[in-house]
Unconditional design. Structure first.
Length: 286
């Protein structure tokens, strides 16, 4: 995830107010994730078993055949990183190879292993893996050579450096919001209570919004954290639950944030009681 908006200034303080609470019962709608990327008149499109580069005229520049289902595409310099899901169950579950491709002709530069990636610029990428004693992030150059490594994994926020909202599956979690520094150095930030926080949001000044259990927290570029909203009342224990079946998501439209927590029905685990909070953000002092 890349920072957006106002450049490299210090992150400001934000206030938040819950303006609506709703509860419904139904299927959980996972947020749509586009498995494609666009730059300089070229678009990288994916399908099961293939990655294709198409220009603005609709002409196919190249197609790279792959084994698996692409789940994310990242562009950096003259390189493309595609992470994939396996079509067959493996010792790593559904993890497929991560493909480093040449943007010009689609040739395979390197086949790597990782579940989550991010572009760093200049043909460099981050690639991370968690599970089976792995809790790691690696940096690779345009040739697929490893140039740095950190003992950290989670949601990547790339902008003025790299921050990670960690996700470790442990109870109690040891996860934090951290900053990755050169030479494998990790600057520790605030501790988290949720071992699997959903993907964070990035505000225009670089502030990260993290749904940490029953709290919506802000974390600025200096890793200073504040609790913006504490979910209260009978829904608090649901939001704070670390059960694998409790689902959470953060969505944003302008200065409005929607927090959703899905609690599976005891007699029908495919359906959920969905608790929704609509929150308005306001910059403090502006």
């Amino acid at each position: 995830m890349a920072e957006t908006g106002a450049g490299a200034g210090q992150a400001g303080e934000w206030g938040a107010e819950v303006v609506e609470r709703r509860r419904s019962v139904g299927s959980w709608r996972f947020p749509a994730r586009e498995v494609a990327a666009r730059r300089d008149g070229l678009r990288i499109e994916t399908a099961v078993g293939s990655v294709t580069c198409v220009d603005d005229s609709g002409r196919i520049r190249w197609t790279h055949r792959c084994v698996g289902r692409p789940n994310a595409v990242h562009l950096s310099g003259d390189r493309v990183l595609v992470t994939t899901d396996s079509l067959e169950y493996t010792p790593w579950g559904m993890l497929g190879p991560a493909l480093l491709l040449d943007l010009a002709d689609g040739r395979l530069v390197a086949e790597l292993r990782g579940a989550r990636g991010a572009a760093r610029g200049g043909g460099r990428f981050l690639l991370g893996l968690e599970g089976y004693d792995f809790f790691d992030t690696w940096e690779y150059d345009r040739d697929g050579d490893r140039t740095d490594a950190w003992r950290s994994y989670g949601h990547y926020v790339v902008g003025t450096g790299v921050r990670v909202v960690e996700a470790d599956r442990n109870l109690p979690t040891k996860g934090r919001v951290v900053r990755l520094l050169p030479g494998g150095v990790i600057r520790q930030g605030p501790s988290l209570s949720d071992p699997q926080p959903p993907e964070p949001l990035v505000l225009r000044d670089g502030t990260i919004l993290v749904l940490d259990g029953a709290r919506l927290r802000s974390v600025d570029r200096d890793l200073r954290s504040r609790t913006l909203v504490e979910i209260e009342g009978e829904l608090g224990p649901v939001a704070a639950s670390s059960g694998a079946r409790v689902l959470r998501s953060l969505r944003r439209s302008g200065e409005q944030v929607t927090v959703m927590v899905g609690e599976p029905l005891p007699d029908d685990p495919a359906r959920f009681t969905i608790h929704t909070w609509t929150i308005v953000l306001r910059p403090v002092g502006r």
